[in-house]
Design a protein. Sequence first.
Length: 119
Amino acid sequence: MATVTRTTNKPISDKELKAQVRELVKKLLNPTKEEAEAHIVDLKARITEYERRYEMPSAQMLEGLESGKVRETAEIVLWAMDWREYRRIVYGTPWFEGEEEPPPPPPVSRMNGKRKRTS
């Protein structure tokens, strides 16, 4: 995902700050294929580590969290968020059971720096 590195302690104007924020948001909302794939790999690595550490699959943790059998800690919440995000990205499942998500947008390709819908 996009990263920000501050190279100077020199103050910047509101206009420059807004431009930098716009650019960062643009990068976050439109990751390259490589950035998106790397994010999925990172999610899977974190999920695998949680499952190893807690000796249970993510689906079991989520069921236990929702039923109150698994205690809600900061780390468990991070694990649940990673698991839900991974399922949403890879399988297209909703964030929460029973939640309806809008249908995915049509595929988008980049042409001349502009986003163009393809059929």
